[in-house]
Ligand binder design. Structure first.
Ligand code: GLN
Length: 366
């Protein structure tokens, strides 16, 4: 087995074995605590610019398959695990983890103490690192680059260039939804199509007037990578869309951008929330749900203008803001991922809530 290594910005060096492609990649190193769902993690555009350490020790045991991709490609910069299963067993499997990472040119590292790496990231915060296989030892210049690395132009990199229309997969079409692709996971679209929506996935920078003149019944703001504050053009566009009175539902980055567009602030978290067991309380229903999460920034709940919106959900672990609801427009957003993939499907009711807003806009259930 070829060796592979992870050098962190704090100088910590991990030695393990190479999985996937050979090479070197600089990224922000984050961890995900989900036991399953590695295929969805690998293809979630929100991870653009990040190498992901899976804390669950055995990865790849059910392989990968053609249906469960959440986007058109693998977006992680690198993949780190304790043990990479070389012999997957699953009737839906059509390729192994090693084969997939090789085919996507992703450098992987197995055989390290992922618990130790996770503790470093939890205690010191997420930090940059360079993941490299034997023979690709980093130069001084590369190490300097790694230390200075920041994920930028993230949404610009991952968004689609042309609109694409997806018909409803339900018996009858009820609504037409404009889904702004900030790095969208496919299951957001699937959840809407299954509820009678024809979904038009639009490039992130689509002009507000093109959306408002498109004959849509609602607007979906997708998840996506990077620092929400770098998306100044999109934030300005949202200020126009909010005034339109159209129903808007935002997820993760969409939640953060909507919050920024109504004057709230965001902050970078120490190590973020990435996994499928994060408890979030829906304050209006006084009920706590176990949610799927993948974010490194958060909206500061105390900066949400109480004359404009209210904090609708909070994270039970750390009290961070997990959702907001506009007080004067049919708009609500959540930080977590109700479309899951991976994760528990208990929060899919939010898609029904969005459908109800569009029904109401049309004068009642369609
Ligand atoms: N999944 C997402 O949409 C992530 C949002 C944002 N990039 C963050 O890391 O907080």
């Amino acid at each position: 087995m070829k060796k592979a290594y992870l050098l962190l910005a704090d100088g910590t060096l991990f030695e393990g074995v190479s999985v996937g492609a050979e090479g070197a990649s600089i990224a922000e190193i984050v961890f995900n605590t989900g036991m399953a769902g590695y295929q969805e993690v690998l293809t979630d555009p929100s991870y653009y610019g990040q190498s992901v350490c899976m804390t669950y020790p055995l990865i790849g045991n059910y392989g990968l398959n053609a249906e469960d991709f959440e986007s058109r490609k693998c977006w992680v910069s690198g993949f780190i695990m304790r043990e990479a299963c070389a012999y997957p067993s699953n009737w839906r499997c059509d390729r192994s983890l090693d084969e997939y990472l090789k085919s996507e040119g992703i450098v992987g590292l197995a055989g390290i103490d992922t618990r130790r790496l996770t503790r470093i990231l939890r205690n010191s915060g997420v930090m940059n690192g360079i993941l490299y296989s034997e023979g690709y030892e980093p130069t001084k210049q590369q190490i300097a680059e790694m230390k200075a690395y920041k994920v930028t132009n993230a949404v610009k990199t991952v968004t689609i260039s042309e609109p694409k229309v997806y018909p409803t997969t339900a018996e009858t079409q009820k609504h037409r939804v404009a889904l702004l692709d900030f790095g969208v996971k496919r299951n957001i679209r699937r959840e809407l199509c299954a509820r009678g929506c024809e979904v038009t996935v639009l490039p992130a920078y689509t002009k507000p007037e093109d959306i408002l003149n498109g004959g849509y019944d609602g607007i979906m703001l997708s998840n996506g990578p990077g620092d929400p504050q770098e998306n100044t053009e999109i934030i300005e566009n949202l200020k126009v869309l909010i005034k339109s009175g159209m129903p808007i539902f935002g997820i993760c980055l969409g939640h953060q951008l909507l919050a920024l567009s109504i004057g709230a602030q965001t902050k970078k978290m120490t190590f973020g929330h990435r996994g499928v067991n994060h408890p979030v309380k829906d304050l209006a229903h006084d009920r706590t749900y176990i949610t799927s999460q993948n974010h490194g920034y958060a909206v500061l709940g105390e900066t949400v203008n109480p004359d404009i919106a209210r904090v609708s959900h909070i994270n039970i672990n750390d009290n961070t803001c997990e959702g907001i609801e506009h007080l004067h427009a049919p708009i609500f957003t959540v930080q977590y991922h109700p479309e899951v993939k991976p994760g528990p499907e208990d929060t899919a009711y939010l898609f029904d809530q969005f459908i109800a807003l569009m029904d109401e806009k049309k004068g009642g259930a369609q």
